[in-house]
Design a protein around this ligand. Sequence first.
Ligand SMILES: Cc1cc2nc3c(=O)[nH]c(=O)nc-3n(C[C@H](O)[C@H](O)[C@H](O)COP(=O)(O)OP(=O)(O)OC[C@H]3O[C@@H](n4cnc5c(N)ncnc54)[C@H](O)[C@@H]3O)c2cc1C
Ligand code: SF4
Length: 505
Amino acid sequence: MGNDTGFLEFKKESPPLRPVEERVLDYQEYDTFFSDKELQQQAARCMDCGVPFCHMGCPLGNMIPDWNDLVYQGQWKEALAALHSTNNFPEFTGRICPAPCEDSCVLTEHYTLDADEKIRKVNAVTIEEIEKHISERGWTEGWIKAQPPTELTDKRIAIVGSGPAGLAAAQQLRRAGHAVTVFEKDDRIGGLLVYGIPDFKLEKKVVSRRIEQLREEGVEFRTSVNVGTDLSVEELRNSFEAILLATGAQNPRKLEVEGHDLKGVHYAMDFLPQCNRDVAGDSIPEEEKIDSGNKSVIILGGGFTAADCLGNINRQGAKQNIRQFELVNMVPRPTPVHEETDPDCRANILTESIMNDGDGCVKELRGVKVKWENKDGRMTMNRVPGSEFTVSTDMVFLALGFLGPTLDGLVEELGVELSVIGAEKSRKPAAVKKMLKNTQPVYTICSNENFMTSEDGVFVAGDANRGASLVVWAIWEGREAARCIDNYLMGKTVLPSTPQAEVLV
Ligand SMILES: Cc1cc2nc3c(=O)[nH]c(=O)nc-3n(C[C@H](O)[C@H](O)[C@H](O)COP(=O)(O)OP(=O)(O)OC[C@H]3O[C@@H](n4cnc5c(N)ncnc54)[C@H](O)[C@@H]3O)c2cc1C
Ligand code: SF4
């Protein structure tokens, strides 16, 4: 550790966001960068703790104190190597991770006296910024290159799904020498990195340069192939020794109230991919366009997906009467897009119905306040009498969360067991499909400690395995599943593991 008083000398700083009035006019990333010098000053704040909680807070077990010090010393290439030793895609997590490492940083527990004798909280090291900066430096310096395997095996692995879990597994397995084919039902590779997360958080050129690296390493990509529909499970089984399901968990929670199917009510995942396609220059048929320009809008939900809808809505020009309602007792977390139009954000709001304007379009939303009570360890929701309200709106976006992986086709044909949250026994996909007709249970594909499903040789990773989560977890799952697949095929493995993350699961 180079500077043992850095955390007292320097305050936590982040580079400024681009000005609101400028950034709402385009879809480029709203973040800016520090200079190398400013970043080194921030890295100097790291105390190199004996027990680095940051490292344990990171699902990937990133070696944070090590690369903080290397950055402080100006050893950027070594910092990049340390970063890549646990994370295949630090330029993704450096941009869009909610940074549990920073929440865990020991500095968040410290207070100090300012020059004016006021007690000041010492904030966490700006770990995520440092991560992003190191990886960008790696790209601009040309240090990040393809690392094709030096020896090849005769094993073939099919990865279904090209989100961060599938990509991380593909890179690890290819580097272990296997023939890897990634199947993707969409026309572009990247999963939610490309067709969920907007460009203003993660520009797509950042994703495509990584995909090029994987391609150069020898990973084969096959787009527009919906496995289970365009390619049968039998064909897959016959051509590959192992299969990894990295299909995500994109089955959305539905809004089951009167008016949910009116014109102007849209699922977030019908809107967001379309916005990203538009930014990518694809032509969207006029009749399919979802355009919030000059309209009043309500977003239901308080997570990432809702915030991403908001950012797109801001850029489409729906400047007035933007509301965001969350059902649970948590005001939607403020993000940079919230400062762009300052929407009316409320927690504890239950939507009761969406009313028709007489022509089949949305006219207004009727809601009521609710109160949550803990009854014998179970949270129960009660309407607050007299709190009913009606607001007029032109559009409603549904960002109510996700139930689990899509069941039709692949999952059903494979017949892998599913685990339903709250149910004791695992169930076959057909049984879960039946349940979905009456209730909306959250479910995942069952796996053992080796990421293997109930079917021999079929593995699962990412959101399909753990439920809708984070990019950092998807990368971790992809890496760990790759190690288990390598071991299954070869009887031993050369791939690394990050056991710390298992402690935190
Ligand atoms: C709108 C939105 C914003 C988000 N923002 C953030 C964020 O800022 N930070 C963060 O950390 N996390 C964020 N998340 C969560 C994060 O994106 C996911 O946790 C992560 O992408 C999961 O990775 P995955 O590889 O498991 O699945 P996905 O990224 O969902 O990829 C799965 C892929 O599998 C493909 N597929 C499915 N079935 C088949 C089939 N039968 N044949 C072929 N292909 C198939 C799908 O088309 C998809 O491309 C966000 C999620 C959403 C929805
Ligand atoms: S917990 Fe914070 S101060 Fe301690 S090593 Fe990690 S980043 Fe540095």
